[in-house]
Write a protein that binds this ligand. Structure first.
Ligand SMILES: CC(C)(COP(=O)(O)OP(=O)(O)OC[C@H]1O[C@@H](n2cnc3c(N)ncnc32)[C@H](O)[C@@H]1OP(=O)(O)O)[C@@H](O)C(=O)NCCC(=O)NCCS
Length: 189
């Protein structure tokens, strides 16, 4: 279970306005994942390192392979009435000396499902998975310094900024600054 800090974060997850189911994605979710992923890359290009051009032509078999749960990572999806509304990936670092860490990637909720607790539910599931299934000691992520809503959400779950990278991304020729954030398990394991 989650003592101390994480219990506080869980307590602050407000109930969803709509009934939202969060579950691990499987290869058969490849089309749904690809559709919401490409939507996110178009709608919020400064939120992701990847671009629509780079991902639009990836074959569906490759997407299915990428999202399949593995010992070192998984992708969560939030569903409402069978439709995918949000996604979030978590991946453990591959190298032995880095394998105590995982990174969150690709968090996205469609605009019409925002501010209903969907992002919080995805993050809660990913952190539980990180501490209890992957067994990592810290979870890192990068977030655009102007992404106030996402930063607030991450802070609620105990993420802290440990660095700022100026010009971390260039989107449409414009430099984008990123905060590097870390969350550690509440018991300091
Ligand atoms: C960042 C993002 C994932 C957040 O998703 P979300 O589903 O809106 O997140 P939540 O609903 O859990 O929380 C967002 C806000 O809704 C509020 N909220 C949550 N549940 C609520 C409820 N039941 N009633 C009213 N408000 C609620 C939260 O307090 C929060 O408010 P804040 O922004 O003032 O802090 C979403 O805005 C998004 O996809 N943005 C574009 C992509 C992006 O920025 N991804 C992050 C990359 S690092």
């Amino acid at each position: 279970m989650w003592p101390n800090k994480s219990f506080d974060a869980v307590a602050q997850v407000r109930p969803c306005v709509t009934s939202m189911q969060v579950r691990l994605l499987a290869p058969q979710d490849a089309h749904a994942f690809q559709s919401i992923r490409l939507q996110g890359l178009i709608e919020a290009p400064t939120a992701f390192a990847s671009s629509h051009e780079e991902e639009a032509s990836v074959p569906i078999e490759e997407i299915a392979r990428r999202i399949a749960p593995k010992p070192d990572g998984a992708v969560f999806g939030a569903f409402s009435e069978e439709s995918i509304r949000g996604v979030l990936g978590i991946q453990r670092e591959g190298m032995q000396k880095l394998s105590h860490k995982a990174a969150i990637w690709g968090m996205y909720v469609v605009p019409e499902a925002r501010s209903q607790g969907c992002g919080a539910r995805l993050l809660q599931c990913a952190l539980e998975y990180a501490w209890h299934t992957l067994g990592v000691h810290q979870v890192n992520l990068g977030v655009n310094t102007l992404n106030v809503s996402a930063i607030k959400l991450y802070r609620r779950f105990g993420f802290e900024v440990f660095g700022t990278e100026q010009g971390s991304l260039r989107v449409g020729g414009l430099p984008q600054d990123e905060y590097h954030m870390v969350c550690r398990p509440p018991d300091g394991a």
